[in-house]
Design a binder for this molecule. Structure first.
Ligand SMILES: O=c1ccn([C@H]2C[C@H](O)[C@@H](COP(=O)(O)O)O2)c(=O)[nH]1
Ligand SMILES: [Zn+2]
Length: 180
C-alpha cells in the first residue's frame, strides 16, 4: 500500500516537472476499440439493407478474425440478388449470403477459438449460434439485439443452455472521426 502511494506521488511529481513525459489519458478502452473495429468491418458489406460486422478477440486481446455479411468467394455481388422478398427463394439474398459471424470464424487466423470474445454489431442468429458454440467461443458482445426475431430467440436459448454469456455493448458516447 505504501509503495502504491509512493508510486502515485512519483507519477504526480513527474507530471508536474515534465508534463510532456506523461501518457495521454483520452485513449479509447479495449471495449471501445474492438467495437469500433467491428463497426468499421460492417462497412465492407454490400448488403443494401443490413450491414453486419464481427470480430473475434483472443484472451491476449489480439484480433484473430473479422468478417462481414456477404456472398461466398467467387459469387458475384452484382449478379446475385440483394433483395429480401420473392416467392422464389432463388431470388433472395438469404439463400446465398454468408453471415458476418460465419465469415469471422472461417477467416480466423487461429484454429483454436476457445474462450475468444465475439464482438458483433447484431445479435447472432440461430445458425451462427451453433457455430459459435461448436467453436467454444467464450462470450458474445453485441451492439443491437433482434429480440423480436425467432432466430435471435433460438440463439439466446442455445447460448443460455451452453452457458455462453452474452452482453449488450454499453455505449460510452465517445466519438472517433476517421477521414478516409
Ligand atoms: O447472425 C446474423 C444474421 C444476419 N446476418 C446478415 C444476413 C443478411 O445479409 C442480413 C439480414 O438481412 P435483413 O435485411 O436484416 O433481413 O444480416 C448476419 O450477418 N448475421
Ligand atoms: Zn447468422
Amino acid at each position: 500500500m505504501k509503495n502504491g502511494a509512493e508510486n502515485l506521488c512519483r507519477i504526480l511529481e513527474n507530471a508536474k516537472l515534465n508534463p510532456e513525459n506523461v501518457k495521454r489519458d483520452d485513449y479509447i478502452s479495449w471495449e471501445e476499440y474492438f467495437m469500433a473495429v467491428t463497426i468499421a468491418t460492417s462497412h465492407r458489406s454490400k448488403d443494401p439493407a443490413t450491414q453486419v460486422g464481427c470480430v473475434l478477440v483472443n484472451e491476449d486481446n489480439h484480433i484473430v478474425g473479422a468478417g462481414y455479411n456477404g456472398f461466398p468467394n467467387g459469387i458475384s455481388d452484382d449478379e446475385y440478388p440483394w433483395g429480401k422478398q420473392s416467392e422464389n427463394p432463388l431470388e433472395t439474398k438469404y439463400t446465398y449470403v454468408v453471415h458476418a459471424e460465419m465469415n469471422a470464424i472461417m477467416n480466423a487466423t487461429a484454429r483454436q477459438l476457445k474462450n475468444c470474445r465475439l464482438y458483433t454489431t447484431r445479435f447472432p442468429c440461430n445458425e451462427c449460434a451453433k457455430l459459435v458454440i461448436q467453436a467454444r467461443i467464450g462470450e458474445i458482445i453485441y451492439l443491437d439485439d433482434k429480440e423480436e426475431q425467432w432466430q435471435s430467440q433460438a440463439a439466446r436459448k442455445m447460448f443460455n443452455t451452453a452457458r455462453i454469456p452474452t452482453r449488450k455493448y454499453q455505449k460510452t458516447g465517445r466519438k472517433i472521426v476517421i477521414e478516409l
